[in-house]
Design a protein around this ligand. Structure first.
Ligand code: HEM
Length: 460
């Protein structure tokens, strides 16, 4: 095949069109609140870093892997999580694992770690596969040609999985109501608001968002009931028990109900929506690209035949894994991370002043002109062993990096591969050609208006 033919064969799914130059001040502010990825100028995709100063506030968009390695790993102490991140997450997640800093973070991370080792994750795989099979059974009842919102369907699967695996069933939780409340929260309090830009007291952002506040009251009460029940019951050996038994080696502190609630909300929030989105975007891309769909089905048939997917199968589903990795490159579930520079330092050879706001624009990093060939094209083969080996570690950050790397990475990949393999074997999903795809950031990156797809059932 000539290069021209190869280029013709490239499938380029919908992407944000970056502004050619930085937006004027007020438009930039509005866009940052509405959908931040639409505010980043083209330079963010082309230069190793992009520095700005507005009203005396320095901003640095970092996309150079050497700079990112300094920020997230080698000089991590100089780059703590920032006040904006804390304003958006703390009302819901308090002092839990995602938001805590320093020693208070460290002992919580150690406490949760055993739940995320490979053996417990392998033991959770049947639950993941069962949730996918139940979804297939529900879809079959709806019949060939049914229209499904795959974003909602994937959330139902992953919410079920997180409750069943990490929280031992989460009895009494109304999954539909809870996922709606999480959406309510993300759409209101889960975004940067004028109260944040003006740095008004934290209570004002909650008071100004009644729908988000009601959602928060609901979710906290839901988790409090769960904690009260679990304190009365015998241990079951899951994440809840690990957290209840944990003790800070420095202060001897145990998790009181407040900190336990912060953490359970953290694991519910961080542990299902992200994976649901990775699956949603994977299914969209597979639905749009017939050669990938065919190769995926061939691989699942060759590795597992008709058998229920096991962790051993997942290990051998190498192409399926690359499809998920490529989906998370093009549409990272968390498209932005941020930090604050706490002390004058150097990152990637570039001086950074204390007080500089650091954006890690994962969406742009994953499409960076200097780091990726055909950056906007869907091509899972780029995650083959050779190309991956040549890539700097900090060029691909769907799960972050350094000590604060996602604790659930292994869990999420097991779930995404096992569920995707199960679903593509049982159903064909055709994206709605009339639906405009707009990735919209509300902490996570969701397809605006969901992901409508038409179900096609293979003949028995
Ligand atoms: C595709 C799925 C997932 C993606 C893309 C994802 C992404 C991320 C990213 C980027 C971070 C780092 C945030 C930062 O440094 O600012 C993170 C942290 C975290 N994630 Fe995930 N995540 C996923 C699944 C999960 C799952 C399944 C769980 C738990 C069951 C989980 C729990 C957490 C927690 C607790 C943290 C905070 C870790 C710490 O600060 O020590 N995530 N995740």
């Amino acid at each position: 095949m000539t290069e021209a033919q190869e280029n013709q064969a490239l499938f380029v799914p919908p992407a944000v069109t970056p502004p050619e130059a930085p937006l004027p001040y007020f438009r930039a502010l509005w866009t940052l609140m509405d959908n931040p990825i639409e505010a980043w100028p083209r330079a963010v995709y082309e230069q190793p870093f992009f520095a700005r100063e507005n009203n005396g506030q320095r901003f640095l968009y970092a996309t150079d892997p050497a700079m990112l390695k300094d920020i997230l790993l080698d000089k991590v102490e100089a780059f703590p999580k920032d006040w904006m991140f804390e304003r958006v997450t703390k009302p819901a997640l308090g002092e839990g694992l995602l938001t805590a800093r320093g020693a208070h973070w460290r002992w919580q991370r150690r406490a949760a770690a055993p739940a995320f080792r490979p053996e417990p994750i392998a033991a959770m795989t049947p639950t993941m596969v069962k949730a996918a099979e139940s979804a297939l059974a529900r879809w079959r009842e709806r019949g060939d040609g049914a229209r499904l919102d795959i974003a909602t369907e994937m959330t139902a699967i992953t919410f079920d999985v997180i409750l069943e695996t990490m929280l031992s069933g989460g009895e009494g939780i109304d999954v539909r109501a809870a996922t709606q409340k999480i959406t309510d929260y993300l759409e209101t309090l889960g975004r940067v608001t004028p109260a944040d830009l003006m740095q008004w007291p934290l209570w004002t952002r909650v008071a100004l968002a009644p729908r988000g506040s009601r959602a928060l009251v609901y979710l906290k009460a839901m988790v409090d009931r769960m904690i009260a029940r679990r304190r009365r019951e015998a241990a079951r050996g899951d994440l809840v028990d690990l957290l209840m038994a944990a003790e800070d080696p420095e202060s001897g502190r145990r998790m009181d109900d407040g900190l336990l609630r912060d953490n359970l909300l953290t694991f519910i929030g961080a542990g299902h929506e992200t994976t649901a989105l990775a699956l949603t975007w994977s299914l969209y891309l597979v639905g749009r690209h017939a050669p990938t769909a065919a190769r995926l089905r061939e691989e699942v048939a060759a590795v597992a035949g008709e058998a229920t997917i096991t962790p051993e199968h997942v290990e051998r589903l190498t192409f399926t894994r690359t499809v998920v990795q490529e989906a998370m490159r093009l549409y990272p579930s968390l498209p932005i991370m941020s930090r604050m520079c706490g002390t004058d330092t150097v990152a990637g050879g570039h001086p950074v002043k204390a007080g500089t706001f650091i954006f890690i624009p994962i969406y742009a990093l994953h499409r960076h002109r200097r780091l990726w060939r055909d950056p906007d094209a869907f091509d899972p083969s780029r995650f083959g062993p050779e190309e991956s080996a040549e890539r700097p570690r900090f060029a691909y950050l769907p799960f972050g990096g350094g000590p604060r790397v996602c604790i659930g990475q292994g869990f999420a990949m097991m779930e995404a591969v096992a569920v995707l393999a199960t679903l593509v074997r049982g159903a064909v999903l055709e994206p709605d050609p009339g639906h405009r795809i707009r990735p919209l950031v509300r902490v996570s990156m969701r397809p605006q208006g969901g992901m409508p797809m038409t179900l096609r059932l293979p003949r028995a």
